[in-house]
Design a protein around this ligand. Sequence first.
Ligand SMILES: O=C(CO)COP(=O)(O)O
Length: 254
Amino acid sequence: MNKLRRPVIAGNWKMYKTRDEALQFIYAVNQEVPSRDLVESVVCANDVFLRDLVKRQGENIKIGAQNMHYAENGAFTGETSPLMLETTGVEYVIIGHSERRAMFNETDETVNLKAHAAIKHELTPIICVGESLEIREAGTTDQVVKNQVVKAYLNIDRNQALKTIIAYEPIWAIGTGKTATPEQAEETIKNIRGVMKDLYGADIANQVRILYGGSVNTKNVDSLLAQENIDGALVGGASLDAASYLTLVNAAKK
Ligand SMILES: O=C(CO)COP(=O)(O)O
């Protein structure tokens, strides 16, 4: 693929897979994923068995969480803190997924607080942004996504920004089988890179990885990754099957 930046394929398993199924997946892909020098292969699983997965992960696949609270501790029943995630050994955490924004009160403000907390605890945040169908149809995608990015990066400095990954996931493309065309995804991701350039300058903007997410599968992955600004994918459904996941990571390797 010959990308400027090291590609990332992050599976987001959402609320799927039992512990046994998750472990079987890791056993199946451990020896098969390409070298980490070529592609960063990640799966984001349920908190309950993160530690078990980390213990069994091979050197070329890494584990992430799907959410966390921004506070280190407190009276937040049912939540997981960054300190707790740290003890599992995960290296990544998804922040601000549209499902959390829509169903669990995630806001641009909490996304920013969580991004700060992740960086503080040396977790790589995968910060999700993306517009609804109404916004796309109204023609205001660029402004809305820009606003999400600016708010997510409030008071995050240049060095910290380098440690983040952005995932552009148009809500209308998630789990619908309706992928953004490579050109649509590239256009919005190029706009996001422009926002990062305004915030941090070209050198940082050119290094931050920006992924596309929304109905990525083994058939459309090549055309999406062929786009100049798309550095990988955040993948739901197509990351659940080991063979499908391996096809995606192999497609992304440099
Ligand atoms: O939400 C997603 C990844 O975070 C995308 O899900 P699908 O790949 O199932 O559309």
